[in-house]
Design a protein around this ligand. Structure first.
Ligand SMILES: Nc1ncnc2c1ncn2[C@@H]1O[C@H](COP(=O)(O)OP(=O)(O)O)[C@@H](O)[C@H]1O
Ligand SMILES: N[C@@H](CCC(=O)OP(=O)(O)O)C(=O)O
Length: 376
């Protein structure tokens, strides 16, 4: 039996706070007395030598009543406008509350694209590391204004997991309106059972995540489980805990019920963890049975094993690998763009250069740039 993680033993924690906790939905204002208690809990964690990063939702919810933006379904551009209005209030609330403890906060707005483009990812990572060294608390949110539907996380659960992976956090705490994962949504199934420990995120566990709820929240349980996949693959434990009460982190430290997702004993390098955490699909290469077997035995993907390419992508993009039957078996960074792969599909290594007219690498995806099995 694996050990249940303890929040007071963590060296670095990412805490994700959902809109419903931070924002009073009736009045579209910050739940100030609650926020004060969360900030106090975070200050205490830092006194125990733990680095803390906050992923905070709430920008859109804070702007709901401005400019008649209070309908349930907003268009993307309206959400972006609401986020731009609300983000100032959100950052100000965090800043003022931490300043009361002489702690400086720093706002970081990220998109899915930032976490999937290697250079942006490395820049964000070094900025976060520097902020932590300076003793600041990064307050992170999705950059909703520039995130169009294809490049949106759309939920801060997966963004938080990506951040946890980026900074090598040992714990990710998702504070929610529920105290963990149940076998079904307890709001609609009175027989649902609470699950205190999830050792592995199996397809059965994934199936327990329902659809996104209506109202101000956007993710629901499904995105929390997707976050669990990213975090645990990166070797980070994840908790889903009830956050609505005062001092929610202290409550967790004192043993309040929650669901812990235990980390994989992953020995992935930082680069492979980045690949494993990829969410978008720019394209897919389909491989034959021989190649599938070779990949599983640690070989690189060669053109000879590819039978089909889907999508348009550039060299260096993260793409998925599918077997002949259409099952995604992995992902990796491609050394060729999609039109080049179409030119060399099925070719033996010795014939690649003649077909391309220039000297390309032997591998379409090098073993060092590939993760199997796929983590999400
Ligand atoms: N299997 C499940 N276990 C627990 N909660 C579930 C499950 N399936 C769906 N849910 C719903 O997910 C909700 C939490 O997600 P959400 O409202 O998006 O939270 P947050 O705003 O904290 O991101 C719960 O209130 C619950 O109704
Ligand atoms: N970026 C959005 C939050 C989106 C989101 O994930 O919301 P939630 O499900 O409440 O955590 C905002 O600040 O309003």
């Amino acid at each position: 039996m694996k050990q249940i993680p303890k929040i007071n033993k963590a060296r670095r924690i990412v805490i994700k706070i959902g809109s419903a906790l931070l924002v009073d939905g009736q009045n579209a204002c910050i739940r100030q007395s609650w926020l004060q208690t969360v900030v106090k809990d975070i200050v205490n964690l830092r006194m125990q030598n733990c680095d803390v990063l906050v992923v905070s939702s709430g920008a859109i919810a804070l702007a709901r009543y401005a400019f008649n933006l209070n309908r349930h379904k907003l268009r993307l551009a309206e959400k972006q406008a609401a986020a731009a209005i609300g983000q100032i209030k959100l950052a100000q609330a965090w800043s003022e509350n931490f300043l009361a403890h002489d702690i400086t906060t720093a706002q970081i707005l990220l998109t899915l694209e930032d976490t999937e483009t290697r250079l942006h990812y490395l820049n964000a990572r070094s900025a976060l590391e520097t902020l932590l060294k300076l003793g600041c608390i990064p307050i992170i949110n999705e950059n909703d204004t520039v995130a169009t539907s294809e490049i949106r996380f759309g939920d801060n659960d997966r963004l938080a997991a990506r951040v946890a992976e980026m900074v090598g956090a040992d714990q990710l705490i998702l504070l929610s309106d529920i105290d963990g994962l149940y076998t079904a949504d307890p709001k609609s199934d009175t027989n649902a059972q609470h699950l205190p420990i999830i050792e592995e995120i199996t397809p059965e566990i994934m199936a327990m995540g329902g659809k996104a709820p209506s109202g101000y929240s956007s993710g629901g349980m499904a995105t929390k489980l997707a976050a669990g996949n990213i975090a645990t693959t990166a070797g980070c434990a994840m908790a889903i805990a009830f956050g609505k009460l005062q001092h929610p982190l202290k409550a967790l430290q004192d043993g309040a019920r929650c669901s812990w997702f235990l980390p994989n004993n992953s020995t992935y390098s930082a680069r492979k963890r980045w690949i494993a955490g990829g969410i978008t699909t720019k394209g897919i290469v389909y491989v034959d049975h021989g190649a599938e077997k070779a990949l599983h035995s640690g070989k690189s993907l060669l053109p000879v094993g590819i039978i089909k390419v889907e999508g348009y992508f550039q060299r260096g993009d993260l793409i998925k690998i599918s077997n002949k039957e259409g099952l995604i078996i992995g992902s990796g960074v491609t050394a060729y763009d999609s039109s080049e792969i179409n030119q060399i599909i099925g070719l033996q290594t010795g014939d690649i250069n003649a077909s391309l007219g220039w000297e390309g690498p032997d591998e379409v995806i090098h073993h060092d740039d590939m993760v199997l099995p796929l983590s999400n």
